[in-house]
Design a protein around this ligand. Structure first.
Ligand code: SF4
Ligand code: SF4
Length: 312
């Protein structure tokens, strides 16, 4: 399987997990019971008896440490290590929001000849049907998201049954309507802009990744940069940049790709362009000292270009 096929499998599996985790009692918070349910088991700190005089403060501290702080610290440490080494790999390979970003990007490109509403269309769209199709898809996905999120808080079986019988309670209806409206706007207008500027989880990952100069990054082979000239001329643009769901300058330095999600779409796009070239894609993942070179080479290239322009 190709890299992108592996990534699609990972994204689909995680999206299904995101939707069905509450229904299968894998993970949810039951508002009525007032505690988490993890793999079918009630997950509580179990200090109620201590609060009512059944134990001492040491018992309470041990329970809070072993049931909350320790698992939390282990989770954060593992996540931070992965981000430090591989960047926003969660965003590109698992995040359900990024899956929607890519899905609607593809749909918009096909129906409206542009990846986002904020870019010019390559050609004019005829009729209203393509626009309606994009709107209905975004609205449907927003509704699925709204119901999916609500099922993390209320009994999912009861929620789905009430939706099936069109007898959803007042509070749940308000939540579903409000969340569907917000997500529809996000999916139509913002999408990758939310991933870039609105997501705290994404920003947190980007900051950790940027702090590690040797972390995995997409590197451009500047020695073979001449090949890009023919490619850009032939494709009337850069297939690598056009493939980037985050609309980043994929061949540029790391700091210009602060929000890179490691989706490798740029690498795959260039590999397709260079399929007959034995040396393959001009873009590839680099780590360690190889990764440190990314910014150095880009800065040198920039200063060389400025120097040549000044001489001329
Ligand atoms: S797709 Fe490859 S060859 Fe084409 S512009 Fe991008 S890096 Fe250069
Ligand atoms: S720069 Fe490449 S790897 Fe990063 S988000 Fe864009 S397409 Fe994905």
């Amino acid at each position: 399987m190709s890299l992108q096929q592996w990534r699609i499998c990972a994204k689909v599996a995680f999206f299904l997990l995101f939707l069905f985790a509450p229904l299968l009692n894998i993970f949810r918070f039951d508002l009525d019971l007032g505690h988490f349910i993890i793999f079918g088991q009630a997950w509580t700190i179990s200090i109620d008896s201590i609060l009512y005089g059944g134990g001492d403060s040491v018992d309470a501290a041990i329970k809070i440490f072993t049931r909350v702080l320790l698992p939390g610290m282990i989770f954060v440490a593992i996540a931070a290590w992965l981000i430090w080494r591989y960047g926003r790999i969660y965003c590109g390979w698992l995040c359900p929001h990024f899956s929607v970003v890519e899905m609607i990007n593809h749909l918009m490109l096909k129906q409206l000849n542009r990846v986002t509403l904020w870019e010019a269309a390559s050609k004019k769209t005829r009729g209203v049907l393509p626009k309606v199709l994009v709107f209905v898809s975004a609205l449907s996905m927003a509704f699925i998201w709204a119901v999916g999120l609500l099922s993390y808080l209320v009994n999912p079986v009861e929620l789905l049954t009430s939706i099936g019988h069109l007898s959803v309670g007042f509070g749940s209806s308000i939540f579903i309507i409000a969340a569907t409206t917000v997500f529809t706007c996000d999916f139509i207008f913002a999408r990758h802009l939310f991933c870039k500027y609105g997501c705290a989880l994404g920003l947190f990952q980007s900051l950790i990744w940027m702090a590690n100069k040797t972390a995995m990054v997409v590197k451009f082979d500047r020695q073979r940069a001449k090949l890009c000239r023919d490619c850009i001329h032939y494709h009337k643009g850069k297939p690598c940049d056009q493939a980037c769901p985050m609309r980043l300058p994929t061949r540029n330095m790391k700091r210009a790709k602060f929000t890179c999600t490691q989706c490798a779409q740029c690498i795959s796009a260039c590999a397709t362009v260079q399929k007959d070239n034995p040396q393959g894609s001009l873009l590839r993942w680099a780590s360690g000292n190889d990764a440190v070179e990314v910014d150095r080479e880009a800065a040198k290239y920039k200063s060389d270009t400025i120097a040549i322009k000044e001489v001329n």
